[in-house]
Design a protein around this ligand. Structure first.
Ligand SMILES: Cc1cc2nc3c(=O)[nH]c(=O)nc-3n(C[C@H](O)[C@H](O)[C@H](O)COP(=O)(O)OP(=O)(O)OC[C@H]3O[C@@H](n4cnc5c(N)ncnc54)[C@H](O)[C@@H]3O)c2cc1C
Length: 237
């Protein structure tokens, strides 16, 4: 089907800020960003680098009046975008196209279940920052080590479980995605739950099926997206 081209925005790396051992914040700048309109949580853009590759990344913060946008990038070391980010310096050029992404609907939720690995943590945090304050949230975040947690928004009713793949030097590290999947398969789901899940594609698909079949959540109460897939470059979730 014909896809309408998205507006593009020429940007420059303004700042590079390590957030955790695996997440790097790149602050992009450029006058074009005054025209980028971000209206709801989890919106994303295609980030294109001069070498030609482009991949999907969440808009973590957008400050149009300052012509600035933050994108938090996982340094997994294995693809063109992760490699570009690891060596990005102020002044480097890139292009954003978008924004894209549906508004995840949490209307009527008695309880929200959020599940994410590092690649989806930026999007999950945009949800947490904008959810109604009276809704209870259970959040499960898979991270590399126990030192890789991030501050959560100061709001009541969040129960956060951080799931470090490695528990210390020399210890067995769980393969990416497994801990999140196993934890969610063993978690009770309260009535009235609306779930948002994103991360490694196979694990997310397994948890989605589990919520639909074993917990009988309605389809429109499970927002699930594979953000990347083991062994597959440029996975389209
Ligand atoms: C809507 C949406 C929003 C997203 N938002 C973000 C975001 O804010 N931050 C972010 O970091 N990512 C985000 N992602 C995921 C990102 O687009 C992918 O991780 C992408 O594959 C990275 O491109 P790459 O060039 O580094 O690797 P690719 O060339 O796509 O893949 C190369 C290899 O690396 C592996 N790989 C890819 N991603 C990961 C990973 N995270 N961990 C381990 N191995 C990996 C692949 O399995 C493949 O074997 C988002 C994805 C979607 C669909």
């Amino acid at each position: 089907m014909f896809k309408r081209p998205r507006p593009t925005y020429d940007v420059t790396v303004g700042a590079v800020t390590p957030l955790t051992s695996t997440l790097l914040r790149i602050t992009f700048t450029g006058p074009d960003l005054a025209g980028l309109v971000i209206e709801h949580p989890t919106q994303w853009v295609k980030l294109a680098i001069p070498e030609g590759a482009s991949r999907a990344y969440t808009i973590r913060h957008h400050r149009p009046a300052d012509h600035e946008t933050d994108i938090d990038i996982v340094l997994h070391g294995n693809g063109p975008l992760a490699r570009w980010a690891a060596t990005a310096r102020p002044g480097d050029r890139a292009r954003l196209a978008g924004p894209r992404g549906r508004h995840p609907d949490f209307d009527g939720a008695a309880h929200v279940l959020l599940a994410a690995d590092e690649s989806a943590l930026p999007a999950a945090l945009t949800i947490l920052e904008q959810l109604r304050p009276d809704v209870e949230v259970s959040a499960y975040f898979e991270i590399a080590t126990a030192d890789d947690t991030l501050p959560l928004p100061d709001r009541p009713g969040i129960t956060a479980t951080w799931l470090p793949r490695s528990t210390g030097p020399g210890t067995y590290g769980h393969p990416k995605g497994c801990l999140l999947t196993e934890t969610l398969l063993a978690t009770d789901i309260p009535p009235g739950t609306i779930a948002w899940l994103a991360g490694e594609s196979t694990g997310i698909a397994t948890v989605r099926r589990h919520l639909l079949t074993d917990w009988s959540l309605p389809r429109d109460h499970v927002h699930a997206k594979g953000y990347w897939k083991h062994g597959e470059a440029d996975h389209k979730g």
